[in-house]
Design a protein around this ligand. Sequence first.
Ligand code: F6R
Length: 244
Amino acid sequence: VFKNSTTASKAVAQEIAQLIKEKQKDNKPCVLGLATGSTPKGLYAELVRLHKEEGLSFKNVVTFNLDEYYPMEPDSIHSYVRFMKELLLDQVDILPENYHIPDGTLAKANISKYCNDYESKIEAAGGLDLQILGIGGNGHIGFNESGSLQNSKTRLVALDHITRVAASKDFGGLSNTPRTAITLGVKKIMEAKRVILMAWGEGKSNIIAQSVEGEVTNKVPASFLQEHNNAVFVLDKESASKLK
Ligand code: F6R
């Protein structure tokens, strides 16, 4: 628990920088699972600063984003492709062939094969060294909504009403907000060697308490992380305020 989201984001950025450098020394790729949304913005700003001001190189970094709305054009202001490029990928020296974000432009018939291939690419890269997560008000991780199974695969999902309401302010109303998305499944998240879930603000305090101290249940997919052997929740004082 950190005093605020800025110090927390900097600590997570330091851990990532350390991991990247260790892998560099061993001539190995550093495979990161990344999230979008408001939570990781401070983290990405700090990683960009470390690149620009302290020479942190991303040449050995391979990334896989958790999710993308479907359908979604990559150049839309709402796309997670655009979000990632603007906030991180275009600001550092990562090689374009090394980042991966689910494709929101696929024909429906091709999604299932695409999702299997996405998981195969993660495996071929050696698995996720570190998965960064935010958490939805309903306990979703990625877009694995309430009811998602612990062994769920990467797939097309229907977004919960509560998720769509949260997104609707960006989309200019609920009727413009996508109903579906492609998400990395819970299984691949749980296979990551380390998981860091970040959450800020009073609004997340109830779901954080349920995820950390409540029963492990598919009603709250973040609660599955209790069964991960190397997962941490990085919180500010407000989001941690309902923990015992
Ligand atoms: C985004 C994602 C979501 C968000 C969650 C929290 O890639 O996977 O699970 O992390 O909805 O969103 P914010 O950070 O906007 O509160």
